[in-house]
Write a protein that binds this ligand. Sequence first.
Ligand code: SF4
Length: 418
Amino acid sequence: MASKRQIWVGNVPIGGGAPVAVQSMTKTETANIEATLEQIGRMHEAGCEIVRCAVPRDQDAVALKTIVERSPVPIIADIHFNHTLALKAIDAGAGAIRLNPGNIGGADKVAEVAERAKAAKVPMRIGVNSGSLPKHLHDLEKRDPVDALVTAAVEFVELMERLDFEDFKVSIKSTNVPNTIASNRLLAEKIDYPIHLGITEAGTKWTGSLKSAVGLGTLLADGVGDTIRISLSTFHAEEEVKVAWEILKALQLRQKGPVLIACPTCGRLQFDMDATVQEIERRLESYVEPIEVAVLGCAVNGIGEASHADFGITGAKNEGLIFANGKAIRKVPQENLVDELFVEIDKSLARDGKVEIDETESAEGAEWLRRIEEENADDLTPEKLAALEAEKARQEDITAPQIDEAVSPVAGRRFARS
Ligand code: SF4
């Protein structure tokens, strides 16, 4: 269930039907104001809407004031163990305070922070981590880690409500992806506060992105989660932001900049697809328009499945074709394919998305494509096989196979809690 309540971190709404907000955390020493602001600038450029900064020492809390004043996005102060730092961060103008009520030194300290936050209208993120559950839940954690995580989170929610503080979001984080999924699903059934999603210590850019996409993507597809942070082992926090956006874009929850689609390649490939796709992806990073660009490794299937793309290229040995909205624009020498694709994209964007087509060049390109398709008519490409299967299913009026959960080999074991 999506959260019903909404909080505001600075000017960013979270929960209550607001778009899923992208946030991340600086990796600099917060007291190093210039380095921190420089990193915040790069994160903001990549699309980060809220930035969290670690505040482990007094000098970090002092620096926070300048950082908050000069940051283009709201700043959340990340506090552990020392509640006085939370009080100082509120006074410094933080957009929100993140604290774990279990490690701040007792309910009276939490109450003090809640009182100051309420007076300053500063929301909080209260969270539990699989590595730091309260002592009385350790036995339960051994038997049922998901139950222990959810119990801890709900206890913290009840504590805040007893303190008459309801301006918060909740996070349950674990390094374990199935437990993250199961606990957040359960939490969303129990509370209506906004939920912050993340996988703790997810790993490198490669493994961390995949774990996050699986864990957070599953929850977001269920409608659970109001803001996300991707944690990657890299100093470059903007990389985390880019991954967060790719997850949201893949689920079509939000739109930001271009979408690149590319065939997986196969033995029919006749040019250096890896380098070409990477170059196109790199150049697309500077565009803000939500254009879809397709890259096909060969022309054997025609434009086919990429005909919905705003722009695309299909390559062959010496030549390639640029197309737009399923129609050939012109063929160009292979080595100019990427440059010419961007010439067409730029021309179209300068004309409010209108693509101008020279009918003679388009006809030449279409004829080139038709010839290649004809020469390879008997070639059963992955795309043709998929189309044949779809057509067969349509003729036989077969609907999608139904999965019988009761006989599924993983029935009852999905997101097992032990
Ligand atoms: S047949 Fe399909 S997968 Fe293979 S290179 Fe051509 S477009 Fe790519």
